[in-house]
Every structure is written in C-alpha cells, then in structure tokens.
Design a protein around this ligand. Sequence first.
Ligand code: NAP
Ligand code: GDP
Length: 322
Amino acid sequence: MSGSVILVTGGSGLVGKAINEIVLEEKSKGNKEYENENWIFLSSKDGDLRERTATEAIFDKHQPTHVIHLAAMVGGLFHNMEHNLDFFRENMAINDNVLNASHKYDVKKVVSCLSTCIFPDKTTYPIDESMVHNGPPHSSNYGYSYAKRMIDVLNRGYWQQHGRRFTSVVPCNVFGPHDNFSSTAHVLPALVRRMHAAMQSGESEFVVWGSGKPLRQFIYSRDLARLFVWVLRHYDSVDPLILSVDESDEVSISQAAEAIAAAFDFQGKIVYDTTRADGQYKKTASNKKLRELCPEFTFTPFTTAVKETVEWFKVNHESARL
Ligand code: NAP
Ligand code: GDP
C-alpha cells in the first residue's frame, strides 16, 4: 500500500490509539509494509462527523485512499439503556457521512466497525457473520445495534451500485489502555476504575453490578489493532468478518472481576448488586472465518491483557478518560 493515505476516524479512542501505537511500533522497526504510508488519526476536534460539511472538509483536506472508520457514540450497557435514541441518531449520521464522503472522494477501501452485541438476542450459538440481520437485537441497546447493522446495508449498497469495496469487522468486547473509564464505560474499564478507587480508600468489599453470570468474549485492543491492519491489507470481501477470541476463551463477568482483583492484588470480598441489569446473557461468537483466513494469529492471554491494562491505569489514571 505504498503511497496510501490511511484516515482513521475515532483515532483518539480505545481502538484508534491501539492502532496508532502498532503503526508507530512497526514503522520504528522498519517494517517495509508501512513504508511510504501516511496514517492520519482523527479525533472529534478535527471535525464533528455528525455534520456532512465537516466530514467532507476532512476528506477534502486529507484526500484519503483508505479509511478505518471507528468513530461512534460508544458506551456500556447502562449508558445504552438510557440513550437508545441518541445512539441510533448519532451513529446513523456519522456512518452515513463517512461512507458517503468515502464514495465522493474515491476511497479505495473502507473498514468500518460493527460489534458482537448487535446480533439477534434470540439466536443459536455460536453466532456467525451470516446472522447480522436475523432478528431483533437485545432491547437494552437496540439504538446502537440497528445503527451498526445499517453499516452493512450501506456497504452492500455501495458495492452493488458503485462497485465500492467498503467492508466491516465485528469485534467482541474490547478493552485496554486509553479506554473510556468514565461512568458511561463498558464493564472492564468501569471495574478497573472502581477497583482502583477501592484500593486507594482501603475498602474491604467490592461491588460488581448485576449477577456476575453473563458471559463475554473480551479482545485486547492491541490484538484488535493488529487484526484491523491485517483486514485493511488482506481482506477483500464486503461481507462482515468477526474479530473475536475463541469461544473457549469466553469468561463470566465474575471471572473478569476476579482477574481485575488479582491484577490489583485486592484481598477483599467481591459482592454482586443484583438490583442492577445483567443485559444480554451471552453473545458467543465464532471466529472460524478469521481462523481460516489468518491461522497464524495469536491472542494475548486474557489475564496478561488485564494486568497490562491495570498497570497502564495505575500510571495514567490522572490523564485517563474518567
Ligand atoms: P471510544 O474509545 O469511545 O472512542 C470513540 C472515538 O470516536 C473517539 O476517537 C471520539 O473522538 C470519536 N468520535 C465520537 N463521536 C464523534 C463525532 N461526532 N465526530 C468525530 N469523532 C467522534 O470507542 P472505541 O471503544 O475505541 O470504539 C471504536 C469502534 O469500535 C466503535 O465503532 C465501536 O462501536 C466499536 N466497538 C467497540 C467495542 C468496545 O468494547 N469498546 C466493542 C465492539 C465494537 P474524541 O476522542 O475526540 O471524543
Ligand atoms: P455489553 O457487553 O454490551 O452488555 O456491555 P458492558 O461492557 O457494559 O457489560 C455489561 C455486563 O457487565 C452486564 O452483565 C453488567 O451487569 C455487567 N457489569 C458489572 N459491573 C458493571 C459496571 O460497572 N459497568 C458496566 N457497564 N457493566 C457492568
């Protein structure tokens, strides 16, 4: 891809920062694949992608040949439950603007981001790429889910009407350094922030929301970043591709909480607030297609990735998104 200009929307977020770090690492190692590539990482300060004119101004300025489209309104279960309308409208606007500008400015390839939480709630397991539109998503996050599903509709439309190679990937739950650790966060960063506070104030009890029984597949942001770059270079279908750890790596929320407690060396008791929602019980996804296409890829073990994230948070909590 020598001579390419790769524009990463949402470049200041969890996944965008991880891609940025991987690109810098590979460039500093002298990896020839990255030679003469210009990677541009955007944040909302570069322009509000909900606005068509601002979006087109960004494309006009950078003239990208490739786009990794990450920018989105993103949040954990509890933020979704209260803002379904906003999740739908904001993400629909961002996605329509980014894909339409990509078409207008003749971008060769776009890789956008869906999520395993957008699949039908009532389904058979494991979930695979063919099931995106098979039935209603879980009621807790229908706004985000339907907006994400429409990316696939747009991709097919741009392919059928204009021959555009716009595709999507479907990550499972992501976590890592530079995450959103605020009150709107997903479960892992929310628990890391609260556990850090509990350690500092010497609490003997740590409260996890919900029953702790739901199951999740978690991917480390640095692993996802490497897979994103691989998809950009080597995956040429318009059909979505699930980017997840193996089904056997699925853990319960209580196992995730225990891994965080171990990383902090928290000696107290973990208790569960069952008055809080559990959300979707599970969304077990198959990575069979990824494994066939990219058999050599190895994932960072969950406990190692949790430890690295906790260490990052301990050092960076004052500048982290809280
Ligand atoms: P994140 O950390 O919340 O980052 C969101 C990014 O989008 C930030 O760079 C933010 O810019 C940008 N953004 C938001 N609204 C914008 C707007 N109106 N105009 C321009 N930029 C805007 O999100 P993430 O976790 O990295 O997620 C990246 C992608 O992965 C998203 O598409 C998400 O749906 C998907 N995904 C995430 C997970 C997960 O567990 N986190 C799981 C599956 C899929 P600022 O920094 O300037 O605000
Ligand atoms: P999801 O995977 O899309 O459902 O979203 P989350 O990353 O927010 O995970 C939600 C699951 O974690 C639910 O089972 C919640 O009950 C549980 N959970 C436990 N504690 C927390 C917390 O502090 N914040 C969030 N967001 N979820 C929590």
